[in-house]
Design a protein around this ligand. Structure first.
Ligand SMILES: [Zn+2]
Length: 227
C-alpha cells in the first residue's frame, strides 16, 4: 500500500518477512511454507469442522475418539444425577461423578483444539473462519456449537498463525456463509439449520458445510486481492 507522498506504508509484515523474522528468532522450521494452501473452515454444530483448501481438497475434521467417549460419559453422568433423589447421598455421589466427567471433557476438548489449531497454523498459508455470535448461538439455537469452543478456536489460531507465519481471517459477522450459493451468488433465505444439503435455483447442489467453508475461503481471497 502506497500513500500519496509515495511512502510505502506497511500495515503488517508480509509472509516472507514474518518467515524471516521467525528464522531470526530461532524459530526456523516453524515458518509455514509459502506454497501451502489457503483454506476456509466451517465449524460444525457437532464436534466437527469442514475444511476446504484452495487446491480443492476437502478434509473433514472429526472429534477424536477420547473426546467422543467423554461426551457419551457426560450424557450418562447427567442422566444419573437426575434419576437420584434430591438430598440423597447417591445423588451427591452422582454429582461428584458428573463434575469429574465435565473436567475430562474439558481436557479432551482443549487437547483437540490445541492439536487442530497447530496443524492448521503450520500447514495452511491463510485460514478463513466465520465470526459467530457464540453467546446467541449457544443460548438460542444450538447448544452443541459450544462443543468445539469456537471463540477458543479463533483465539488459538490468532496467536499460532502469528507464530508460524500464516494468517487467520474472520468474516464479517453477518456474512451468509451457509446461505450463499458459491456458484451464482444467490442467497438462500429459506435455509434452516436442519438442512444439510440444498439445491440452488441455478442448479448447483450444495453440501451445507463444504459450501460455507468454500464461501469463507473465497471471501477472504477477494478481500485480500482488493487490499
Ligand atoms: Zn446458485
Amino acid at each position: 500500500m502506497t500513500d500519496r507522498q509515495g511512502y510505502r506504508v506497511e500495515l503488517a509484515p508480509t509472509l516472507e518477512q514474518r518467515a524471516r523474522l521467525a528464522q531470526h528468532a530461532g524459530l526456523s522450521g516453524r515458518a509455514v511454507s509459502s506454497d501451502a494452501p489457503s483454506c476456509g473452515i466451517d465449524v460444525g454444530v457437532k464436534t466437527s469442522a469442514t475444511i476446504v483448501d484452495d487446491d480443492g481438497t476437502v478434509p473433514e475434521l472429526h472429534a477424536p475418539k477420547p473426546l467422543k467417549a467423554a461426551l457419551r460419559k457426560l450424557r450418562k453422568a447427567g442422566k444419573a444425577v437426575s434419576r437420584k433423589h434430591l438430598g440423597s447421598s447417591n445423588r451427591a455421589k452422582a454429582v461428584r461423578r458428573l463434575a469429574e466427567v465435565h473436567l475430562e471433557v474439558a481436557n479432551q476438548r482443549a487437547d483437540f483444539l490445541h492439536k487442530t489449531t497447530t496443524m492448521l497454523a503450520r500447514s495452511k498459508r491463510a485460514i478463513a473462519v466465520e465470526t459467530l455470535n457464540v453467546t446467541g448461538m449457544v443460548a438460542n439455537r444450538s447448544p452443541a456449537i459450544s462443543d468445539l469452543g469456537f471463540g477458543e478456536l479463533f483465539r488459538r489460531l490468532a496467536y499460532k498463525t502469528e507464530w508460524y507465519g500464516s494468517s487467520v481471517w474472520a468474516a464479517d459477522r453477518w456474512f451468509p456463509s451457509s446461505r450463499l450459493c458459491g456458484g451464482c451468488g444467490t442467497i438462500n433465505r429459506e435455509l434452516t439449520l436442519a438442512d444439510r444439503t440444498w439445491t440452488c435455483g441455478c442448479g448447483l447442489e450444495h453440501d451445507r458445510d463444504v459450501n460455507a467453508a468454500r464461501n469463507l475461503l473465497n471471501a477472504m481471497n477477494l478481500e485480500q486481492e482488493a487490499a
